[in-house]
Design a protein around this ligand. Structure first.
Ligand code: PGA
Ligand code: ZN
Length: 414
């Protein structure tokens, strides 16, 4: 069996928002890997640059001229060397020369090509002999912000996590039931509700922020008793997207209210306590490490997660660890570029006791790699949507992984 790279190809196709994206194929002597890049809408400002000037076409031209000739003849198993080479070719800190999405697609396709060269599923190749724990699915069920149009909640995402589910497929079913029940409640609350959904398949109603949380919390409670699981509500506030840095306030347009940092802290604390939230992502602006630290100190039994705050970047996470800002982080490989970088940040998080959450992006493809990365990197949680084909693709792949693991499969210990 040989994982020596024989060919590298790229093409332009479309993501779930209909935007152009890059897909890369890597062919080894005995294997094949293919990966397409996802895209964010509420991106963190410290993320790598997705594409060079000229967009996907320019990225493909650079891949063909600069990168493919270097990769052919290398061994796909040498993921570190290949990812280091991508840094070297780019020569910038933020992949602005060849594009973070170009790098992402090469890096992930390469790992898959190495895995298939040895007839292994990607999760097993990444995890070695471990890799038998299934993550809890953190599913987006209601929201607005930058993921929907018109008047919707300022808080970007209301999510559910089904603790105590006995297996992954039961966990997925619980999230779907919560989503369905919320749809029914929204129709009751607003006869004019048209069933509109945002980019990730979550309901996008015209409703105030806390009203929405009440509906989500009630659906969680009902499903918990019906299915004998422990569904808990969660939030991705994506607070940077409605923070006004000049005035230092968070602008809640649905309620016509502004909150300064102190008021935002109090508001978050009250929601966590009153609704028994299990997880709150980006409750503050992406540079406000201090408020993250304050909130983390004051909560019990709740994950305070950094997405725009950390952008899967080990330097930003190191600062967070030093300040005790948060206790969890989102892992989105294309925020940082390579799989090696994403793995290093994940490892750093685990060593510091931060819970890594493998995550989709709001603009997705039907690729299923994050299902494998979640198990292969041993992330206790995967954040992906509950509905829509490109989201369900990840859920279904985890059900297949669970089947592959058979008796060895177990839900992660969180
Ligand atoms: P994205 O963010 O739109 O950048 O993918 C989704 C999220 O905030 O988690
Ligand atoms: Zn987020």
């Amino acid at each position: 069996m040989s994982s020596v790279i024989e060919d590298v190809m790229a093409r332009k196709l479309f993501n779930s928002r209909g935007h152009e994206t890059i897909e890369v194929d890597i062919i080894t002597a005995d294997g094949f890997g293919r990966a397409a890049a996802p895209a964010g809408a509420s991106t963190g400002k410290a993320e790598v640059v997705s594409y060079p000037k000229g967009g996907v076409d320019a990225a493909i031209a650079k891949l063909e001229e600069l990168i493919a000739p270097e990769l052919v003849g290398m061994d796909a198993e040498e993921q570190n060397d290949i990812d280091a080479l991508l840094h070297e070719i780019d020569e910038t800190e933020n992949f602005s020369n060849i594009g973070g999405n170009t790098v992402f697609a090469i890096s992930v396709a390469n790992a898959e090509a190495a895995a298939t060269s040895y007839d292994l599923p990607l999760f097993q190749y990444l995890a070695g002999y471990g890799g038998n724990e299934l993550p809890y699915p953190l599913g987006n069920v209601l929201g607005g912000g930058k993921h929907a149009l018109g008047k919707t909640t300022d808080i970007q995402e209301y999510l559910v996590i089904p603790f105590k589910a006995r297996c992954f497929s039961e966990a997925a079913a619980a999230n779907i039931l919560v989503h369905n029940k919320i749809g029914a409640s929204l129709r009751k609350a607003d006869p004019n509700f048209t069933g509109g959904r945002g980019d990730e398949g979550a309901w996008a109603p015209n409703i105030e922020n806390e009203e929405a949380l009440k509906i989500v919390a009630k659906a969680c409670e009902d499903v918990s008793s019906e299915m004998n699981v422990e569904c808990r509500p969660c939030l991705d506030v994506a607070a940077s997207s409605f923070y006004d840095p000049k005035k230092g306030v968070y602008v809640y347009s649905m309620e016509g209210k502004k909150r300064d940092s102190g008021e935002q802290l109090e508001f978050m604390l009250r929601l966590i306590e009153e609704y028994n939230l299990a997880y709150v992502e980006d409750p503050f602006d992406e540079d406000d490490y201090e408020s993250f630290a304050e909130l983390t100190k004051k909560v019990n039994n709740c994950l305070i997660c950094g997405d725009d705050l950390f952008v899967t970047n080990s330097q930003r996470l190191t600062k967070g660890i030093e300040m005790c800002a948060g206790n969890s982080l989102i892992v989105k490989t294309n925020q940082v570029g390579t799989l090696t970088d994403a793995w290093e940040t994940t490892r750093l998080a685990k060593r510091a006791g931060y819970v890594p959450v493998m995550s989709h992006r709001s603009g997705e493809t039907t690729d299923t790699h994050i299902a494998h990365l979640a198990v292969g990197f041993n992330c206790p949680v995967i954040k992906t949507g509950v509905l829509h084909g490109e989201r369900v693709a990840k859920i279904n792949e985890l059900i297949r992984i669970e089947e592959t693991l058979g008796n060895r499969a177990q839900m992660s210990r969180l």
